[in-house]
Design a protein around this ligand. Structure first.
Ligand SMILES: Cc1cc2nc3c(=O)[nH]c(=O)nc-3n(C[C@H](O)[C@H](O)[C@H](O)COP(=O)(O)OP(=O)(O)OC[C@H]3O[C@@H](n4cnc5c(N)ncnc54)[C@H](O)[C@@H]3O)c2cc1C
Ligand SMILES: NC(=O)c1ccc[n+]([C@@H]2O[C@H](COP(=O)([O-])OP(=O)(O)OC[C@H]3O[C@@H](n4cnc5c(N)ncnc54)[C@H](OP(=O)(O)O)[C@@H]3O)[C@@H](O)[C@H]2O)c1
Length: 317
């Protein structure tokens, strides 16, 4: 099936969520979807098709000893060299040698691939917009493209990437427990916008973690507003506000019995964010917490049942 071409969404708003004094940079984006015909559901992702900066292309051209006006042929397609380097090649990962025939050298560049970002908004709340929460990574192609090249008023090629495995429950009475440290919190902003806009009566619980309360409490006002109105139970874990690390799973451990109680009430459990370290560590603690109430041999089957009933959903990366 041919994919439809990306829509060039205008950036309406772009601001840093983390403190300007922090070495960790996380940004909030608001993109305009007017006249795109695009729609999304909370829990979906946006696929971004990055391009390299003109400076990066010029640097590469210099190393290739080329002007950019040359024509190259890659897998039967003819390209102007500048355009190929701008839109097709991952310039962060150049081939070891840039010597020799231009077409052969360019064919050795890694492909500039699209990247995925969790949608941090709900159309019920923001209308024809889509919001994102993006962490800037050193040498990261797409996060640098967004956080450095893309300015308010400029356009970004996007498509919507539906994620059917990460969805709010159909029954609005069902409680939800959301675990989302760092950028993992993005889809939960969308979930809560939707639940509040629709007047969903189910209870909401968010575990959020970041470096420091002062410098990295993303979307603080939104969560605290809901908390004050009794619409959100909020548990926070700031890892670098004290000498020893405190992570979301420490808070889950502290509140384990209550979490078990919510699960008994039919809550849906969501986990989003870093796949490598965070997700397995949190899952281990979830097993421990449920293991306080179940015989050891029943813990894994219990989570299997939750998954089968769409009551344990993960979006980790
Ligand atoms: C379903 C899903 C949802 C996601 N949601 C979000 C989200 O909401 N927010 C978010 O911020 N991210 C999210 N991501 C991650 C996102 O898609 C990107 O993977 C992330 O932004 C990094 O992409 P990049 O192009 O910036 O980095 P890449 O270019 O892919 O680089 C990745 C890493 O490799 C390193 N690297 C690159 N080049 C080199 C080199 N030459 N030598 C050594 N190291 C190098 C970079 O420093 C970086 O750490 C999600 C991913 C998935 C799959
Ligand atoms: N390049 C890397 O080395 C690296 C590392 C992690 C994530 N990533 C990538 O960065 C993005 C996500 O980063 P992010 O800024 O959203 O979140 P993050 O790096 O996961 O940080 C969010 C919070 O989670 C904490 N954390 C670290 N290890 C943890 C663990 N084992 N269990 C629970 N919490 C833990 C962090 O604490 P501390 O940092 O204080 O320990 C921080 O307070 C993804 O793209 C991911 O793939 C890259």
């Amino acid at each position: 099936m041919n994919e439809s071409p990306p829509f060039y969404a205008t950036i309406k708003e772009q601001r840093r969520l983390s403190s300007p004094h922090s070495s960790k940079r996380t940004h909030h984006f608001e993109l305009c979807l007017k006249n795109s015909g695009l729609t999304y559901r909370t829990g979906d992702c946006v696929k971004i098709h990055p391009t390299n900066s003109v400076e990066a292309v010029e640097h590469c051209l210099k190393r290739l000893g080329a002007s950019g006006e040359e024509h190259i042929e890659i897998k039967g397609t003819s390209w102007k060299l500048f355009d190929f380097l701008h839109t097709q090649a991952n310039l962060k990962r150049p081939p070891r040698s840039l010597e020799g025939n231009l077409s052969d050298t360019c064919a050795k560049f890694g492909k500039l691939m699209p990247r995925f970002y969790s949608i941090a908004s709900a159309m019920e709340e923001v209308g024809q917009e889509v919001h994102l929460t993006v962490r800037y990574l050193d040498e990261g192609v797409c996060s640098q493209y967004l956080c450095e090249q893309a300015q308010i008023g400029s356009t970004v090629p996007i498509s919507i990437y539906p994620c059917d495995h990460f969805k709010l429950p159909e029954d609005p009475h069902q409680p939800i427990i959301m675990i989302g440290p760092g950028t993992g919190v993005a889809p939960f902003r969308g979930f809560l916008q939707e639940r509040i806009a629709k007047g969903a009566p189910g209870k909401n619980w968010l575990f959020f973690g970041e470096w420091t309360q002062e410098g990295h409490f993303f979307y603080q006002e939104f969560w605290q507003h809901l908390q004050k109105r009794g619409q959100l139970q909020l548990d926070l874990a700031f890892s670098r506000d004290q000498i020893h690390k405190i992570y979301v799973q420490d808070r889950i451990k502290e509140k384990g019995d209550l979490l078990w109680h919510w699960l008994q009430e039919g809550a849906v459990l969501y986990l989003c964010g870093d796949a490598k370290a965070m997700a397995p560590a949190v899952e281990k603690v979830l097993f421990e917490v449920c293991g306080r109430h179940l015989p050891p041999e029943e813990v894994i089957p219990y989570f299997k049942q939750l998954k089968e009933a769409n009551r344990y959903q993960k979006d980790v990366y």
